[in-house]
Write a protein that binds this ligand. Sequence first.
Ligand code: ATP
Ligand code: MG
Length: 349
Amino acid sequence: SFEIAKKQSKLWEYDLSQNPNKYRVLTGDRPTGNLHLGHYFGSIVNRLKLQSLGIETYILIADYQVLTDRDIFNDNSNYVYELALDYLACGLDPGNYKTHIFPHSHIPELNQLTIPFLTLVSSSELNKNPTVKEEITASGMNTINAGMYIYPVHQAADILFCKSNVVPVGKDQLPHIELTRKIAKRFNKKFNSNIFPEPVALFTNSPLILGLDGVQKMSKSRNNSIRIKATADETVKLIKSAKTDSNRRISYDPVNRPEVSNLLKLASLCSDKNPIDIADEVGDQGSGKLKQITAEAINTYFEPIRDKRKELEKNKDYVRDILHKGISKARKTAIETLSEVTEVMNMKI
Ligand code: ATP
Ligand code: MG
């Protein structure tokens, strides 16, 4: 079903550019660490594209969701700022008044939608979610809290509170988008209304960037990522530590040589060359040469973003102001939607 979703995503891309006014975007990340290259090439490049089309974009920082896959309390409040800095450095720009950045814990009306939504899904649907299963394994938790189990429903509220119909995401998110579509459809049917759109996932050409281990998805909490804000030296060191194989002749073969191919893909995304040409260029100079080329390409590509971030870091008040504006816009939208919802559920007094 991912292949189908990817094809659909291409069709949507065309319509988005033709009819930008029909669309509203919701997308987000968990404040569990800084954004990495997986976020950038899996989702942010599409957010930038949509923004440049003039499409209204809600960027949600999922701070409640962080509570689901850990038992200890990490104070992640700093990461809310860190994510905002990452977004701004990449060029997501609330200055155009159509991009809103906010943490979902500050939008009570959004969270309230979760309650009726929970009644629209069965426990077996929740049990089957492959992404949740994977995340439970990755979390190493012995007992699963109910928040972990139901977070895809909470995420449906994240997406639907602003009636978003396009969600730029990586591959791991597809099961959640499919559940969101079901919830929207079932809500509309049950309450004989037309409140919620059925949102579609929008993928980039690289919907899954692997981590430096070459096996798992690059992920903040799996210690296998290169952060967007990393320095050039850190990047070189990290790429040197990346897993490769012992075949000196470099070739692009994602199925049989995932580690080497992931580096080629990153080098390709950061330059205007395709991965096969880069592999030919390296030839039989081995993974040392491949790593050198990859690190250089990453550093060149991200240099302006990293410089911009350093400037923004000096101005915490500016970042706080962006978050406050984002919160007040998102709240206004959430209040309107919740009011429609309680109306069709006949709960108004
Ligand atoms: P955590 O490890 O805390 O779960 P994460 O790195 O998985 O963090 P999320 O905040 O869960 O990041 O994901 C935010 C968005 O970025 C999602 O749309 C997700 O699909 C996308 N994304 C994250 N990692 C990758 C990746 N390696 N490749 C492509 N897209 C990614
Ligand atoms: Mg994740």
